[in-house]
Write a protein that binds this ligand. Structure first.
Ligand SMILES: Cc1cc2nc3c(=O)[nH]c(=O)nc-3n(C[C@H](O)[C@H](O)[C@H](O)COP(=O)(O)OP(=O)(O)OC[C@H]3O[C@@H](n4cnc5c(N)ncnc54)[C@H](O)[C@@H]3O)c2cc1C
Length: 477
């Protein structure tokens, strides 16, 4: 990067507010996806005003800017694919104001999800989305990807809690949008537009979130089946009862085997399972709901149904579920679990059909695919376990995921329920959103006329996704 630009950036953020150190730049070229590209400079602003000044420099000099939270994204959205500036938000990590009477909290974008909930718990409130990356991901990253997790079926995704936010546009203009009221019918909902925008419309610097009371009681039921379709049937039958569980996690046999092998058998050996959590204010509510789950599971023909309030046992199941992704990488020597089609969404009633189809596609392309996820909101993860040095395996994998995405779209679903589009979903996102693309592009052009904010992603991606891989497969480097 031109020294004159570096000097201008230093004048805004100071010597300790940026880095051009090669090892630092290399590190900021990754997120948790399969992609990598080294940026030219990493800037760590401390205020909205500093973000604005940096954006003015980038705008005047046509420099790409990729906003970055904690880099836990799984689809390459935070990888600076065109180089330029990475705007890393970790220094803007303050909870600014909590107004429990008005049911809102103001935070800076770099606040970590778990840190926010630790603060809110002092008042009996919480911010429910609960992504699997809760210990690391930033609230700004969650808004930018509309993240969610285990509790989305009952409580909603990040978007459902955003009352307002402050963001900086490509040209440096600071915009405050939305309100601090629970209701707001005041025209276009710009704050909502920024949810899921993946850093392509502005740099989010502050967010106002709606507060929700934390339920006092919870319990879980482990339902084990001989096959994954039965587990899927169990989940849609619970919801149809009607009973909206606090969470309901599905795991197929590949996921169960991987976790049992890597973590010393925390789960029963079976063809598939679901862990159903119920919550509420009183023991009566919990007992009633737990009984409904037990009855429904028993009606499907299970191998075992284990209802419990034992916190230690529940923690064992939850930890086992959370360790699927890492356990998969230990399944076969030399192999890694890679995120290609990792979080599709289908209508809940279509979960059994979808998981059956994923199994058939895995057989057709001779690839190992684990299916698991937050199935009570129809959100299914498939992780492929491949040898990342094997070109042929990558190519079979990409064919398999294209078919997986086709199945989900045909079933009325989406290519991404929570992780976002980034690079890995780009070609299939364009298929899914074909009729919206011209409107999406018009919005982008109006907000970022020089296309400097996270360029080259989503609808701007061209060709195969097997490019800029982080793995040592020379054909795709
Ligand atoms: C083990 C593991 C489990 C996961 N489980 C879940 C899960 O259950 N649910 C789920 O939804 N996701 C999950 N994820 C994915 C990821 O954690 C989420 O997408 C998270 O919201 C990303 O937050 P981040 O701060 O790491 O953002 P990053 O990865 O740094 O960035 C993600 C995107 O947001 C943009 N961005 C970040 N901050 C800003 C900002 N301030 N302004 C504008 N744009 C910004 C970036 O440009 C990028 O496009 C998981 C990831 C891992 C590694």
């Amino acid at each position: 990067m031109d020294q004159k630009i570096i000097d201008q950036i230093e004048a805004v953020v100071g010597k300790d507010g940026y880095s051009v150190e090669p090892s630092v730049l290399y590190t900021y070229g990754f997120d948790a996806s399969i992609f990598h590209r080294t940026p030219d400079i990493v800037v760590q602003p401390r205020s909205t005003e500093q973000v604005s000044e940096i954006m003015k420099i980038a705008y005047a000099n046509d420099i790409p800017v990729t906003p970055r939270g904690s880099g836990t994204g799984l689809c390459g959205a935070a990888v600076p694919i065109k180089g330029g500036i990475v705007m890393a938000m970790q220094r803007m990590n303050h909870v600014l104001n909590i107004s429990v009477a008005d049911l809102w909290v103001d935070v800076e974008a770099g606040v970590i999800y778990n840190d926010l909930n630790n603060e809110l718990s002092k008042y009996g409130f919480f911010f429910p989305p609960s992504p699997g990356s809760a210990e690391a991901c930033q609230v700004g990253g969650m808004v930018a990807t509309n993240a969610s997790g285990m509790r989305a079926v009952k409580y909603g995704a990040t978007r459902d809690f955003v009352l307002g936010l402050t963001f900086v546009k490509a040209d440096g203009e600071i915009v405050r949008c939305g309100t601090r009221t629970i209701k707001d019918a005041s025209g276009y909902q710009l704050a909502r537009l920024l949810c899921g925008s993946e850093g392509t419309l502005g740099v989010i610097t502050e967010i106002t979130l709606k507060l929700t009371t934390k339920p006092k009681k919870s319990a879980s039921c482990l339902c084990c089946f001989s096959n994954v379709e039965d587990a899927g049937r169990c989940i849609s039958a619970i919801i149809a009862k009607p009973l909206i569980p606090a969470s309901c996690e599905l795991m197929d046999s590949v996921s169960i085997n991987a976790v049992n092998k890597a973590r010393g058998n925390p789960l029963p050996d079976c063809g598939a399972l679901c862990i159903v959590e119920v919550d509420g204010e009183t023991d009566e509510v919990i007992d009633r709901d737990l009984k409904i789950v037990e009855e429904v599971a028993n009606s499907i023909g299970p191998i075992a149904v284990i209802p419990t309030k034992d916190k230690k046992l529940i923690a064992q199941w939850t930890d086992a579920r959370k360790s699927v992704m890492t356990s998969l990488s230990a399944l076969k020597p030399g192999c890694s679990s890679v995120s290609l089609a990792d979080d599709m969404g289908v209508p809940v009633s279509q979960v059994p059909k979808a998981v059956k189809a994923f199994g058939e596609i895995a057989d057709k392309y001779n690839v190992t695919i684990a299916t698991y996820g937050h199935a009570s909101d129809g959100n299914l993860h498939t992780k492929m376990v491949i040898d990342p040095k094997d070109k042929d395996e990558w190519e079979r994998g990409v064919k398999a995921v294209d078919e997986i995405f086709d199945v989900c779209i045909e079933l009325g679903g989406t290519v991404t329920g929570e992780h976002g589009v980034g690079i890995s979903k780009a070609p299939n996102y364009m298929k899914e959103r074909a009729s919206e693309l011209s409107s999406i592009r018009a919005i982008k052009k109006a907000m970022d006329p020089k296309n400097i904010l996270n360029p080259g992603k989503a609808d701007q991606w061209e060709g195969s996704i097997l490019r800029n891989l982080r793995y040592p497969c020379p054909e795709f480097m």
